[in-house]
Design a protein around this ligand. Sequence first.
Ligand code: SAM
Length: 305
Amino acid sequence: MGRTSKDKRDVYYRLAKENGWRARSAFKLLQLDKEFQLFQGVTRAVDLCAAPGSWSQVLSQKIGGQGSGHVVAVDLQAMAPLPGVVQIQGDITQLSTAKEIIQHFKGCPADLVVCDGAPDVTGLHDVDEYMQAQLLLAALNIATHVLKPGGCFVAKIFRGRDVTLLYSQLQVFFSSVLCAKPRSSRNSSIEAFAVCQGYDPPEGFIPDLSKPLLDHSYDPDFNQLDGPTRIIVPFVTCGDLSSYDSDRSYPLDLEGSSEYKYTPPTQPPISPPYQEACTLKRKGQLAKEIRPQDCPISRVDTFPQ
Ligand code: SAM
């Protein structure tokens, strides 16, 4: 496969490189902002699950220009530095990470908390949806500690079977909860974004990290919100029809653009989880499953009996 084929198949991947974004996800946040004016009046923001950092790039550029805004970015993985962005490497489901984030906001609450977190997908839909929901709830838990009243929370959500339970949990804390699908998010994916505006926790609510919102005793039979109790939140698509369709392939000579020239990724991953496997493969040391029938006789002979 040529290096230009991904540019053809995924126009947002190509445009991200050409515009200096570290990932195509930047367009999702830009399209969400266009619809909901997320950055209006924002000077302090938290970017949860931020690596490789395209949302942090957008935030640092949009909120009061680089330098005057304050962005704290958190991810399990190391992230190359970005001007004006404080980085924390940690797991957002862990108490220690949550505490570290909160420390940065002592006395000065954040206006916006965003989370584009995605767990490693297993392919088992129920497991993937559950893990995604846990990540969103961990992000919400952190948001309850740092958001100012009236603040905004945006988080990736999987529109799966039990999404109404999540909507109901979000509605406890925000006056408006919407489900938004940016045009740069593939139609074929169940990914969408919960846009929660007007942070307004219940009276008397005291954020408490020792009692996380994570619902470890989740009971699918008990927790179903079906029939008249089903929660329907407005569904909004962002990015008008003139923006590129993320499920389509486009020719390399895009209309109205200058002649196509291959652009390398803006910021290649600095220590991706697959790095070790690549090094071993290059050295021909990647372990292969050895089946006795594939072994030369002499090797089989040496197998322990
Ligand atoms: N918004 C990012 C950007 O624009 O560059 C892309 C985020 S990527 C889709 C999802 C990220 O979630 C990954 O970098 C992954 O390491 C992170 N993640 C997953 N689980 C996490 C956790 N428990 N704590 C912190 N980060 C996590």
